[in-house]
Design a binder for this molecule. Structure first.
Ligand SMILES: Nc1ncnc2c1ncn2[C@@H]1O[C@H](COP(=O)(O)OP(=O)(O)OP(=O)(O)O)[C@@H](O)[C@H]1O
Ligand SMILES: [Mg+2]
Length: 553
């Protein structure tokens, strides 16, 4: 008897020993009862969590639990929703949406789920982060005090951006919003600032072109691109900025500096409006749901400068917003203006007038960045905003005046030259010491006798001249007044004055020569055209001005 009982207990013991509780998995299972414009309405899924990933096992497509209702769950589908049918099974995964993060992503183009879109193979990282997180609290933060050099003279001098700041870039379509963000990314080469460019709702061709430009300028080496193009379903566009932000937070929390560009949040808000209307959240102003402010505030609050105890890292955010007919008082623009620490306002009129970047100096501000501005720049550009404002006012009046007194005229001339100096072509960031030198030159009147159309050449050659003949001045500016906070000394300014004088005497482009060369060239062209028109009556006549035609006859 005893041996029989022993045998049974041995068998039971063996069975118990073989039981491994860790391997069992539970999942709520539900069924799709309707699919509508990329949103599946699912019955069941009692245990699902908000923003949990759910799987449609028949197709392998994922979705996210977005609206938890009494009987059903609305799940935006993260993929091609045309494959999902009524009665499909849905399973919870137990994972809240997260993306891969870390250095392995640098140089890559990924979708909002962190899956590679380029042909550089899988992303080798086992670190992930939740896409939605609560922003760092007040205790962990520190004041913004280190600059982000955009390399754009107009921004670095008048609307300086600090690491950890949120600066909005706002303007109508085709005013150069993306251009500012991309130039800023290009300028970060070798500056220890990792960049993340989140493209939301742009054409695939535009995104491909942006990536190509970044590659050409060697900027992909420090950049991650998160792309949710216009052809992607709204849920992916909705997710994109949060995913990019999670990637940025990883750098911030490991004590590094990162910059994130959201291009643009108007399309993000529209994607969210899309989803909300389909899941029947009540529409409010402009048909956006009531919590559209929270959509952007919880995103932008995650940009921060952490204090030393928390690693001292930072995440700077440059959100973009598109306006209609310069109306910055529309719903989404006012929301984002109130969330950010300042805005760069771009205008079509200025853009068309050739003032590029088309920054409206009066309406653009940086509320925290001036603390972060380099000492040298603050010294030379301190009064720049004011000077330009006075110039604009004066220029508006001077339109009606016939003859002006000398002081007014010289003010106007100076203003025009400052405006000219602040123009800048795309993809050509200017290092900070050169910005300081040219703004100093303009402010001190060295450009007053240079004709307006010569200024950009004067400037380019000035940089070259300084590099070749006085590299020590630039170096001193960097050492003393950029890397440390000393004022530029009188001695240094004296050297700079002397160098500019010398440049003007010897190498600067001369108006006279230039004019003469131009006139000669024009005369030559006119003569050639005249001969042409006289020789043939049928061809080439479409290009002529009436005056020339008369002359030929
Ligand atoms: N500083 C500049 N100098 C010359 N051209 C510029 C400059 N900045 C932008 N552009 C040109 O202006 C056009 C519009 O620029 P961009 O695409 O950056 O504007 P956007 O506001 O982002 O437009 P969208 O609303 O379509 O996104 C582009 O063709 C670009 O090359
Ligand atoms: Mg753009």
């Amino acid at each position: 008897m005893a041996s029989w009982a022993d045998e049974i207990s041995a068998i039971i013991e063996k069975n118990i020993a073989g039981f491994d509780g860790g391997e069992t998995e539970t999942a709520s299972v539900g069924t799709v009862i309707a699919v509508q414009d990329g949103i599946a309405r699912v019955y069941g899924l009692q245990d699902v969590k908000y923003l949990e990933l759910v799987e449609f096992p028949r197709t392998g497509i994922m979705g996210m639990a977005f609206n938890l209702e009494e009987e059903t769950v609305s799940c935006p589908i993260l993929g091609d929703y045309t494959h999902i049918q009524e009665d499909d099974e849905v399973r919870t995964t137990g994972r809240v949406i997260s993306v891969p993060v870390g250095d392995a992503l640098i140089g890559r183009v990924v979708n909002p789920l962190g899956e590679p879109l380029d042909d550089k193979g899988p992303i080798n990282t086992d670190k992930t982060r939740f896409v939605e997180r609560i922003a760092p609290g007040v205790i962990t933060r520190q004041a913004v005090d280190t600059p982000v050099q955009t390399g754009l003279k107009a921004i670095d001098s008048m609307i300086p951006i600090g690491r950890g700041q949120r600066e909005l870039i706002i303007g109508d379509r085709q005013t150069g919003k993306s251009a500012i963000a991309i130039d800023t990314i290009i300028n970060q080469k070798g500056k220890n600032l990792i960049c993340i460019y989140v493209a939301i709702g742009q054409k695939n061709s535009t995104i491909a072109r942006t990536v190509e430009i970044l590659e050409q300028h060697g900027a992909m080496e420090h950049t991650i691109v998160v792309a949710a193009s216009a052809s992607e379903p709204a849920p992916l566009k909705y997710l994109a900025p949060y995913s990019g932000c999670a990637m940025g937070e990883e750098f911030m929390e490991t004590g590094r500096d990162a910059l994130i560009v959201y291009d643009d949040l108007t399309k993000h808000a529209e994607a969210y409006r899309n989803i909300s209307l389909i899941i029947r959240r009540p529409p409010g102003r402009e048909a956006y749901p009531g919590d559209v402010f929270y959509l952007h505030s919880r995103l932008l609050e995650r940009a921060a400068r952490l204090n030393k105890d928390y690693g001292g890292g930072s995440l700077t955010a440059l959100p973009l917003i598109e306006t209609k007919a310069n109306d910055i008082s529309a719903y989404i623009p006012t929301n984002v203006i109130s969330i950010t620490d300042g805005q760069i306002f771009l205008e079509t009129d200025l853009f068309n007038a050739g003032i590029r970047p088309a920054i409206n100096v009066g309406l653009s501000v940086s509320r925290v960045g001036s603390n972060a501005q380099t000492r040298a720049m603050r010294q030379v550009a301190g009064t720049l905003r004011l000077d330009l404002a006075q110039f604009r006012e004066l220029a508006a009046f001077a339109q009606f005046a016939s003859d002006l007194d000398k002081a007014t005229r010289s003010r106007l001339e100076r203003g025009q030259r400052l405006t000219e100096v602040l123009k800048q072509p795309q993809y050509s960031p200017v290092p900070v010491e050169k910005q300081v030198m040219i703004i100093y030159a303009a402010n001190s009147g060295y450009l007053d006798d240079v004709p307006l159309d010569l200024i950009s050449r004067w400037e380019a050659e000035f940089y070259r001249y300084m590099d070749a003949n006085h590299p020590e001045i630039g170096q001193t500016i960097i050492e003393k007044s950029v890397n440390s906070k000393e004022k530029m000394s009188d001695e240094l300014l004296k050297q700079l004055n002397a160098a500019i004088e010398e440049y003007k005497q010897t190498a600067a482009p001369r108006p006279n020569q230039e004019d003469q060369a131009k006139k000669a060239e024009e005369a030559r062209k006119a003569a050639a055209q005249g001969a042409n028109a006289a020789g043939s009556t049928t061809e080439g006549s479409t290009m002529e001005t009436p005056a020339q035609t008369n002359q030929a006859r």
